[in-house]
Ligand binder design. Structure first.
Ligand SMILES: [Zn+2]
Length: 255
């Protein structure tokens, strides 16, 4: 079963057949929204809106632990996450779709782990994203940009130009507020996880060009259609069995 985390409306993928909606209670509280379960072709998929269906949960208040726990409870083994980001790398244009391969975490005040004791677990996070899923996604659309470092900030405010200059200096390519601890929790839960990053704007101080709201909305709309196509194709060609190491994340990780 494949899980998809993104904005509301993402489940309106052509070919998606909804079968049921479930609410799940977890030891960490309630997930952002109900899980929308259904299928694309012969594959079972589950959608969750990260910010709730009315987009009322800001990034620093998302219950990441409950969301990932809920997916695992349903039987999901792989998660594709869609994230809007600001472009730091000057090669990026609004509307570009990137599969980052690294994360630098600047979040400050979030539930970072399922293991707050007595079990003590240190997962390997050298490669934060599932290599197998990344390869599959890169086959779906020739225009996807491969690789990049996602800087995760606490928010909800946007960054200063000074912060963006610093992030650029340390190797950041894009900036957003929602990849952590989501990606790390998925690894702790032994799920495969990948991020589809949509460049919606230039990060602070990167350009003097001023984007109009109309342009941003139009860019986002076009990108969403493309993201839906990418997800639909990826679901169909995803191997049934996992060959990657994500499922073994807890092996030799516990003290
Ligand atoms: Zn994997």
């Amino acid at each position: 079963m494949i899980g998809i985390i993104g904005g509301s409306g993402l489940y309106e993928i052509p070919g998606f057949r909804e079968s049921e909606r479930v609410r799940i209670n977890t030891p960490f509280g309630e997930p952002s929204d109900e899980f929308i379960i259904g299928s694309i072709g012969s594959r079972d998929v589950v959608f969750l809106s990260r910010h709730g269906h009315e987009h009322a949960i800001p990034p620093h208040r998302v219950n990441y632990r409950a969301n990932i726990w809920g997916f695992r409870e349903i039987g999901v083994k792989r998660i594709m996450a869609v994230n809007a980001v600001g472009g730091i790398n000057t090669r990026y244009r609004p509307g570009d779709i990137v599969l980052p391969d690294q994360i630098i975490d600047f979040t400050k005040n979030r539930g970072q782990t399922f293991y707050d004791g007595p079990r003590v677990v240190h997962i390997d996070f050298t490669e934060p994203y599932c290599s197998e899923m990344r390869s599959v996604l890169l086959c779906t659309d020739g225009g996807i940009l491969d690789g990049g470092t996602y800087i995760c900030t606490e928010g909800p405010r946007l960054e200063t130009a000074g912060e963006i200059a610093f992030y650029r200096n340390i190797g950041g390519h894009m900036v957003g507020m929602t990849q952590m601890p989501e990606a790390a929790l998925a690894r702790e839960a032994t799920l495969c996880y990948l991020c589809i990053a949509v460049i919606t704007n230039y990060a602070a101080g990167i350009t003097r060009e001023r984007l109009t709201t109309t342009e941003v909305v139009e860019t986002m709309k076009q990108s969403t259609e493309r993201v839906k196509q990418i997800i639909a194709s990826a679901v169909e060609i995803m191997p049934v069995d996992r060959q990657c190491s994500c499922k073994d994340a807890l092996r030799d990780a516990e003290l």
